[in-house]
Structures are given as C-alpha cells and as structure tokens.
Ligand binder design. Structure first.
Ligand code: SF4
Length: 476
C-alpha cells in the first residue's frame, strides 16, 4: 500500500539497500576519510528547494553485516531463548495485490481468491513456530501491523481468523494498536466487519489522491465518490482509527489538486492522515510511462518542496497534531504506534515472505520467494534467509532516526542514554546545517526547520553516517 514510501518491500530484498517494515538492512555509511564537506548542505540558496542536489529515497539507517548463512540457525537459537524487554511490535506481511499501482516499486504478486485461505493457513503455521520460545512468548507486543501488498484483499473469513490467531499466538499488550493496511477497493462491509470482529483497531488506507483521474491513471480503481462512501461506512462502526495515506508529486497533480486532496481528507473527518512524497523508481510502470512520454513528469524538487510546505500549513491551519513529519492526527484515537516504535529500534516479530524482523537489534529477513517461504513454513522451519549482526551503536542510530523523523533531537539526552559523547564531533556539521537554514538549535536540542523537515531523510542519513565514523574512531 504505502510501498512506494514506507512499511514494506519485496523485490529489493536481494538488491540495493534493502529494507523491510521501515528497517534498513545494509550499511549506508562506512566510507572512511571523506572530507567533512561531504555532509554539508548548500548555502546561500533557498534551503527548502535547493539544500541538496537530490533526495535520498531509502529510509535512513546504518546496519551491521549479515552473518554467514550456516551460522544463522545457531545464532537464532540463542536469541530466541531470551525474553524481549522494552518496546515490541509485530509485522504480518500479505504479499498480494489485486492490481499493480503504476508507481509501486514493491509490487510482489497478483491476488487470487483461492490463495487467500492457503496463505492464511501458512501464516498461522508460521505464527506457531516460535510460539513457545521466550523471544516470542515473553514481553508485551505493543503494536501489530498487517502490511503488504494489500491485506484487505484477503477474504473476510481469512482476515478474521488471522486477526484472531494473532491474539492467541502473540502476547499483545492491553493497549496494543492493531493496524490493517489496505485499499478501499473491494473493501466492503463484510470485510470491514470481519476485521473489527478480529480485533483490528486501526485502518491505514491508501487513498493517495481523491482526484478520480489521477487515482485511476495510477491504477487505483475506486472513484472519489466511492472512496468517500467506503470511508463513511468504516467510520460509522466507531470502533477503530481510520487513517488515509496521501501522496504529493504525481504527474498531473498541480498544487491546486494537492490542496484539494488535503481538504477532501479533512472534510471526511478521519482520525488522521499521512502525507508522503512520491518517489518515482525507474523500473516501475510509472517510471517507464514518463520515460516514454506517455505521462507527464512527476513534480520536480521545487514543486515537491512547495507542496510539502503547503501541506504542513494546511494541516496546521486545520489543527491536526503532528505525530511525526509525515503522520498527522485529528483525534486522540490515532497514535501511529507501529511506525514510531519500529523506527526507534523496537523488537519486531515478523511473519510472511520477505518480512523483516528485529530481535534485540539483530535484523532478520524471511525468504522472499513465496513458494520457498511456504514450503519451509509447512515443513516446520522458520524461513529466515538473512540475519544481520547489529552495529555496536545500533540503538544510537535508531534513536537518531526516530527523533529526526519527529523533527527534533535532544543531543544531551542521546549522550546520556547511550553513554557516548558526540556533541564536539557533531559541532561543525550542525553549525553548517544551521547556516544553511536546515536546523535551529535550542541549547542541546536540534530542531529541523521547515526546509530541514523536507530534507529529513538526507539529514538523518548523513548524521548517522557521520556518527558512525566518529563513534568508530572513538572506539579504536
Ligand atoms: S496496493 Fe499498489 S502501492 Fe500497495 S503494494 Fe500493491 S501495487 Fe504497491
């Protein structure tokens, strides 16, 4: 659903900077001896539109190295014996989509109704595999996210039994957030009621744009009117937070259309909305259509940054609360727990082909090939393909990423919590970013300006790379 931006990926597991459920699996830093200027932004220009040459599309993070495959099972055995402590989440992946959205870089498999029950049967088996192990059984799970792909594509009965099984096989906290991600197309009352009967308390729905022409050009099938009707129906149960995703920067989406998208979402009186920037990946149908001149280009950086700024202003004027730079809440029902926790380095129990988890900082990745994943699960084996040893400062990097995602970072607190000293090393970098108009400093707290918010992913990635160098030096 949000695949162009967040939560999940399938195809990139074996290639460039793979990440899952918001977690990054490869080292993004590591270049030693590079000049400080590598980390600098441009000065004397409009920072909102020109601070950097381009945006980094992947989620920020600095990973460790994958351990040899013949050591994976042994290491997992050790990890599984330890109860989880601290924040924990679970991610359940549903790889199917009814149609492919043009812009999606993470499309995996087409959906067929016959596959629904077979897939859920296998998922239930995977949920049982580690059920008796301390790392799954002990310690509350604070958020569960059904992502994809399109979880709402599954049949109503399968959605309900899957949701109910999660309650049986995972120790959910009393206030656990249970999110079902999906599309409004083919998500009628029967499926909505099945999700609610299963205990879902949050729906994150990919609307992307309310403009029927843009929606349908991008492969989203429901019209504006149908989207409103379905949202109204889902809200009428009054049992779960209803959130929509919007995207800015589509071809044909002028500033006027974007502001209408936000106004339309506000008029629906939902619990919250998430605003993401479109990333056009070259290998997607959208990238191809633009290259071949079949569609006009997507918004360039100046227009994207103006849309970002206009979106922030519109939602502030509508008195939405900002939960992170991309997530906005209107009511107290919306908490956005999964996204906030997973980015902060929470343990993550992951299920489904290509799903990525985290046990005590060790990132693991399930087999992404559906058939292999299913065969292994049905044979009673957890289909972990890759296990990544955490960098010695893994939790520092996750704390930086999570804080900047919310627009600020308390450096004194970071030092205190992690027993490190980073302020002297960071000083020249922060001074430069301040001169460039990307950050402001209030004592030890670093706050992103509006321009800094737009370039947050760059700043986060650069800061983590920089810190890795500095901390590795200090460790020598
Ligand atoms: S619903 Fe569309 S955007 Fe979401 S994963 Fe499927 S193809 Fe991609």
């Amino acid at each position: 659903m949000n695949a162009a931006i967040e939560h999940d990926t399938q195809e990139r597991i074996d290639s460039e900077a793979p990440r899952l459920n918001g977690m990054v699996f490869s080292s993004a830093g590591g270049k030693r001896g590079l000049p400080l200027e590598r980390y600098f932004a441009q000065e004397g220009v409009d920072p909102l539109s020109q601070a950097f040459d381009g945006k980094i599309a992947v989620h920020p993070g600095v990973g460790g190295g994958a351990i040899p495959s013949d050591e994976v099972e042994g290491r997992l055995e050790v990890l599984l014996d330890a109860p989880r402590s601290g924040d924990s989440v679970a991610y359940i992946h549903v790889p199917f989509c009814e149609t492919r959205c043009l812009y999606c870089g993470f499309y995996n498999r087409g959906y067929s109704r016959e596959e629904s029950a077979r897939y859920v049967d296998a998922l239930l088996q995977e949920l049982r595999l580690w059920e008796k192990r301390a790392a799954q059984r002990q310690g509350p799970v604070h958020a569960v996210y059904f992502g994809g792909g399109t979880p709402t594509a599954l049949e109503a009965g399968d959605l309900e039994r899957l949701l109910k099984a999660v309650r049986v096989h995972l120790p959910l906290a009393n206030d656990c957030e249970i999110t079902v991600e999906g599309r409004l197309y083919h998500f009628g009352p029967e499926k909505m009621e099945a999700c609610l009967a299963g205990g879902a308390n949050r729906f994150s729905l990919g609307v992307q744009s309310f403009d029927t022409n843009i929606r349908q050009t991008m492969g989203r099938l429901a019209s504006r009117e149908e989207v409103f009707r379905r949202l109204e129906r889902l809200k009428s149960y009054n049992q779960a937070a209803v959130i929509v995703d919007l995207i800015f920067g589509f071809p044909m989406q002028s500033m006027e259309v974007w502001l209408d998208d936000i106004a339309a979402a506000c008029s629906a009186e939902l619990d919250g909305m998430d605003c993401y920037q479109l990333n056009v990946y070259g290998q997607t149908p959208l990238g191809k259509a633009i290259r071949e001149g079949k569609l006009p280009p997507a918004a360039d950086i100046p227009l994207q940054s103006a849309m970002f700024a206009a979106g922030v202003e519109a939602l502030r004027n509508a008195f939405y609360r900002r939960l992170s730079l991309t997530h906005w809440a209107r009511t107290s029902r919306e908490r956005n727990l999964y996204n906030l926790k997973v980015k902060g380095g929470a343990h993550c129990l992951a299920f489904g082909p290509g799903a990525g988890g985290n046990i005590a900082g060790w990132l693991y990745l399930n087999r992404s090939d559906y058939r292999t994943w299913r065969e292994l699960v049905l044979a009673g084996r957890k289909p972990v393909m890759t296990l990544v040893r955490p960098d010695s400062h893994f939790y520092v990097f996750r704390a930086v990423a999570a804080a900047l995602e919310q627009g600020w970072l308390d450096l004194a607190d970071l030092e205190k919590k992690h027993g490190i000293v980073v302020r002297p090393a960071l000083e020249p970098l922060l001074e430069q970013w301040e001169r460039a108009g990307l950050v402001e400093r209030r004592g030890d707290v670093l706050e992103l300006t509006l321009a800094g918010q737009f370039w947050q992913v760059n700043l986060s990635q650069l800061m983590q790379d920089f810190l890795k160098r500095a901390l590795d030096e200090a460790d020598k």
